[in-house]
Design a protein around this ligand. Structure first.
Ligand code: NDP
Ligand code: PYC
Length: 341
């Protein structure tokens, strides 16, 4: 194993926040981005952890994110609550909308939070975990930028379009899954390219549309959806619901606006919240207890639940600190001292 230094979660959070404050982000943005990046690193979600800091700073340097963004809540009392993110990163916008989303879902049974005009680089599990921690089921999705060919096609058109789901559990952390609708997040391919490692077969096409296991060729070609036509259709659904339907950019539009895949794209996000108690009212059985029986049956076969690895990493990080290698520590140190060189 690399020579690593253990850094407490709180200390890493302070270091990351200081980088964003130094870069000129207002306190609301810097605090929210630093917490989301630190949480990803804490949970062993490396593709959306500290590796993303430089991309965020490059996005700012290119004028593609607003450092002074002040998200605004637009709540007309219906099931659809909106946050105008003001061109800032998505986490502060989500945090602003969450209480209204949860309150409306408890009242009506279901509610939607629409975030518009946010710059998005993060994982979606924090959103659905936060919704499920309030006793609600949550479903979150967003486009990204055109990097994925539809099943049967060869050219980038769809985004890596993550979809995440959370279910509340009493006495346990929520059941959460969160994944790209491409075979893997683009961030994973970028990390493999940096490490000079090959991709598994079936993940990507090169610029000529031929299958490739070369990570660099994949980054300049097209990624592929997971599960062939099934992932392709789910990804298209994300474009429709969290792009077209909410009056925001699709992945194709986001890439056209950004002009590159090297910065964080601006588009919207959709988060749905459902009250299991309200949906199951008057029907036999407690939905949370029935869910536990299902989880037990899954575990009983020797399978694991999604989120288990992440939560184990979280417990380790909280007990022992986060393990950062020398390169990662040097990066943080340089960004704290000099910003983007
Ligand atoms: P993976 O393919 O690694 O899938 C991750 C999910 O699957 C996690 O919930 C994980 O749980 C679960 N999982 C993995 N293996 C198993 C298993 N054997 N049994 C049960 N569950 C399992 O992730 P991706 O590369 O597709 O996505 C990674 C991240 O990238 C996501 O957080 C996503 O939101 C983010 N992303 C963000 C985008 C954006 O535009 N903002 C675009 C695309 C992706 P566990 O964590 O416990 O392993
Ligand atoms: O990893 O695919 C990805 C991604 C795109 C935007 C943010 N993350």
């Amino acid at each position: 194993m690399d020579d690593v230094t253990m850094v407490s979660v709180a200390e890493l959070g302070r270091m990351v926040e200081s980088i964003f404050m130094r870069a000129g982000f207002n306190a609301q943005q810097a605090d929210a981005i630093a917490r989301i990046i630190t949480a990803a690193e804490r949970d062993g979600a490396k593709s959306h952890g500290i590796y993303r800091i430089e991309g965020c700073l490059r996005t700012l340097a290119a004028g593609k994110v607003s450092s002074g963004a002040r998200p605004e809540l637009i709540d007309e009392g219906s099931a659809v609550i909106r946050v105008a993110a003001d061109g800032g990163f998505s986490p502060a916008a989500f945090e602003l909308g969450l209480p209204a989303l949860a309150g409306r879902a408890e009242k009506l049974g279901l509610a939607a939070l629409v975030i518009n005009d946010c710059v998005h680089f993060s994982a979606l599990w924090p959103e659905v975990e936060a919704v499920a921690s309030r006793g609600l089921a949550g479903l979150a999705m967003c486009p990204s930028y055109a990097a994925v060919a539809p099943a049967g096609g060869t050219q980038p058109l769809l985004g890596t379009n993550p979809i995440a789901f959370g279910w509340p559990r009493s006495g346990a952390a929520p059941y959460v899954f969160d994944f790209a609708t491409s075979c893997v997040a683009r961030g994973e391919i970028e990390l493999l390219a940096r490490a000079g490692e090959p991709l598994p077969e079936g993940w990507a096409l090169d610029a000529e549309g031929a299958p490739t296991t070369d990570a660099e060729a994949a980054l300049s070609g097209a990624m592929l959806p997971f599960g062939g036509h099934k992932g392709s259709a789910i990804s298209t659904m994300v474009e429709l619901l969290a792009g077209v339907m909410i009056g925001d950019l699709t992945s194709q539009g986001a890439l056209a606006e950004l002009g590159t895949l090297d910065l964080a794209p601006k588009h919207g996000e959709l988060i749905l919240a459902f009250s299991p108690a309200r949906f199951a009212a008057g029907r036999p059985g407690d939905p949370l207890a029935r869910a536990e029986a299902l989880f037990d049956a899954i575990l009983g076969q020797g399978a694991r639940l999604p989120g288990q690895r992440r939560l184990a990493a979280r417990a380790r990080s909280e007990a022992e600190g986060i393990a950062l290698n020398a390169e990662e520590l040097a990066l943080i140190d340089r960004l704290q001292r000099d910003g983007l060189a």
